[in-house]
Design a protein around this ligand. Structure first.
Ligand SMILES: C[S@@+](CC[C@H](N)C(=O)[O-])C[C@H]1O[C@@H](n2cnc3c(N)ncnc32)[C@H](O)[C@@H]1O
Length: 275
């Protein structure tokens, strides 16, 4: 990765617990990821984030009866949407206790009840047997992991040969330098991000872990509006709080907006296959 921070699974879990307590991890309607607009419409962010989930599902080449792993499952919304729309079973893992509790409660009342389960686990040390899944996805979670290579190797181990991995993640189209470096460093610090890869770094990490790359596309311009929407939502939450988290969430909003405006900010959708 181009940058490194002191991020650990514990520090990531703690920051998501703080954001969850403040209501910030449901600010975008439950999903904790960017929205997707095709340029010809103006759907709300809550719909646009579901579209990103549907884009991921489309790249997974799902078949009835498959078992899937959601790596860094957030509040469980992507897993419940995919298990609700397709005849598949999903296991979601995450390092935030609050989010696992939220996801489990949501599953009980969802149409995917009985086909989606959530558990606390670190992607860099997965508690599953070799080849136990037909495929996996990771939506905006790899960037939090201090050893992405270990996570990609672990996912490779637990997905059967021939199975797919779909990753979506922020990327640096070109490295941030000079004054812009402060924006990037702020993002890493406030959001407990271990590093944001360039597309070539994404390719290299996957290859090192044994994945065959099928497709890597930068959809950055289709998702760019998300950063402004998220910043507005975070500012609204900060204004309603009378706790230390208010300042943290307000600073997070400013950084999000500056990062989202920057032309070097891209967003990759990656499809890979275990040979
Ligand atoms: C930006 S959120 C995305 C959540 C979800 N994928 C979504 O799209 O709504 C990042 C998620 O990755 C999880 N995460 C970060 N590091 C992790 C790790 N080492 N192992 C498992 N999950 C992790 C976080 O707890 C958080 O739920």
């Amino acid at each position: 990765m181009t940058q490194q921070s002191d991020t650990t699974p514990d520090s990531v879990g703690e920051v998501y617990d703080v954001f969850a307590d403040a209501g910030a991890t449901t600010a975008l309607g439950g999903n904790i990821h960017v929205g997707y607009w095709d340029g010809a419409d103006d759907v709300p962010i809550t719909e646009a984030t579901d579209r990103l989930t549907d884009l991921v599902a489309g790249h997974l080449a799902l078949r009835p009866g498959q078992r899937l792993l959601d790596v860094g499952c957030g509040n469980g919304d992507p897993a419940l949407r995919i298990a609700g729309a397709h005849d598949v079973r999903v296991t979601g893992i995450n390092v935030s206790h609050q989010q696992i509790a939220h996801a489990t409660a949501q599953a009980d009342s969802s149409t995917a009840r009985g086909r989606a389960a959530f558990q606390f686990a670190d992607a860099m040390d997965l508690p599953f047997d070799d080849g136990s899944f037909d495929g996996a996805w990771a939506i905006e979670s790899l960037l939090h992991m201090p050893d992405q290579a270990a996570a990609l190797r672990e996912i490779h181990r637990v997905v059967r040969p021939g199975g797919r991995l779909v990753v979506t993640d922020l990327c640096q189209r070109q490295p941030f330098t000079g004054d812009d470096q402060d924006v990037l460093d702020g993002m890493l610090r406030v959001y407990e991000i271990a590093g944001i890869n360039t597309p070539d770094e994404h390719r290299a990490r996957l290859a090192e872990a044994g994945w065959e790359l099928l497709e890597l596309t930068d959809i950055g311009e289709r998702v760019r509006a998300s950063y402004g929407h998220a910043a507005t939502a975070f500012r609204g939450i900060a204004a309603s709080l009378d706790t230390a988290a208010a300042g943290q969430i307000s600073a997070a909003a400013d950084l999000m907006e500056a990062f989202g405006r920057h032309p070097h900010t891209g967003y990759v959708v990656i499809t890979a296959r275990r040979p």
